[in-house]
Design a protein around this ligand. Structure first.
Ligand code: 5GP
Ligand code: MN
Length: 343
């Protein structure tokens, strides 16, 4: 276990290691494997302790994470069941915000969370946290929020409430946020936590297959289309991009999660260190940005595309038209040339 801010842990211990209460766990909008895995992992541990726990997700998550849901921890979709979700939040004695550190990442739940007048606890691994929670476990050195939840649970004395289901969810978070153990894997603690999770008799092979071998044929065809027809490479900037229109998504029967991972493919081209995926949504363009080495995908996105995230993995958005957003991106590359080539 790494050394997590003891003062914050002591505050959190006072809230959740006493008599059972009602706890709500909230992951970020468009939840990924770490958001879902860490939320369900923590919720399951707290439920096993004796709390009444619900997970409220801001909106839909990819169906290939459905198998993670267990009957002990209800998951409510705020976007689809606003009344039930609001009611749940009103009953809660405290809220955990997991895998995000700025309130805009709560999507439409933003105001409800801000207005919540009982303890709000943040557990997250993104850099530069904003101050919207009462207690914060913000540890950017962690590979994933799921790895952090494991250590937080240990420090709170809750390790004996980790079950196979909780361990499965936490393993999923670590696996997905490290790209199946391919990046952010230099800290021994990550593998220490993984090896301890394996002691809960989890089926790591099946977890991997559930996430990565669970796509539709249409999704594979969309990927093929993107790589063959929609990828542009700018070797002079060590950069590549892929853009997908709404029309293309419809042609390939898009469902949430289908484009997850697409942005990583161009990084496997020799010499490419910056990759950006543009996806046309109903009222904005969604960007996913990935980099290798020191080039800050998060700072680039924060400055130009209203986003943020990690150094090497960030997201953002644009309200420009699809073509204009891409033009803006291309026009920015020359000013980053030195940074891109030096990274
Ligand atoms: P993805 O490209 O998978 O959507 O996101 C990559 C990383 O950036 C994740 O860590 C995610 O939490 C973060 N991220 C994605 N979109 C945004 C955004 O719009 N704003 C901020 N601050 N972070 C984002
Ligand atoms: Mn994460």
């Amino acid at each position: 276990m790494k050394n997590i801010d003891t003062e914050q842990i002591n505050h959190i211990a006072k809230i959740i290691t006493g008599k059972p209460t009602c706890v709500v766990v909230v992951p970020h909008i468009n939840p990924d494997g770490d958001a879902i895995g860490s939320a369900i992992g923590l919720a399951t541990i707290l439920k096993n302790y004796g709390h009444v726990v619900q997970v409220v997700v801001p909106n839909d998550f990819p169906s290939f994470y459905n198998w993670l849901i267990n009957e002990d921890v209800p998951v409510i979709n705020y976007d689809r069941k606003k009344a039930a979700a609001t009611n749940t939040l009103e009953q809660a004695d405290c809220i955990f915000c997991l895998d995000f550190n700025e309130i805009s990442r709560a999507g439409k739940m933003k105001q409800t969370i801000l207005d919540f007048n009982k303890p709000k606890i943040l557990v997250d691994h993104h850099p530069n946290p904003k101050n919207f929670c009462d207690y914060m476990v913000s540890e950017p050195s962690y590979s994933s929020t799921a790895e952090l939840v494991y250590d937080v649970a240990a420090q709170l004395g809750l390790s004996n409430h980790i079950t196979n289901q909780a361990a499965t969810a936490l393993f999923t978070g670590i696996m997905t946020d490290t790209g199946s153990f391919s990046h952010n894997i230099s800290d021994p603690n990550t593998f220490k936590v993984v090896s301890e999770l394996l002691n809960y008799n989890i089926d790591a092979d099946t977890i991997h297959a559930n996430v990565y071998h669970n796509y539709s044929a249409d999704r594979m065809k969309l990927l093929g289309h993107c790589l063959a027809n929609k990828m542009e490479i700018f070797p002079e900037y060590k950069t590549a991009m892929i853009s997908i229109t709404k029309k293309e998504l419809a042609e390939f029967s898009f469902t949430p999660g289908d484009t997850e991972g697409f942005v990583n493919y161009p990084l496997s081209i020799s010499g490419i260190i910056f990759s950006v995926l543009f996806i046309e949504k109903d009222d904005h363009i969604k960007l996913s940005l990935r980099s290798k080495g020191s080039f800050p995908a998060n700072a680039f996105s924060e400055k130009h595309f209203d986003g943020g995230g990690h150094l090497n993995a960030a997201g953002g958005e644009s309200k420009l038209s699809f073509d204009d957003a891409i033009e803006l991106f291309k026009s920015l590359l020359p000013q980053y040339k030195n940074q891109l080539l030096d990274s």
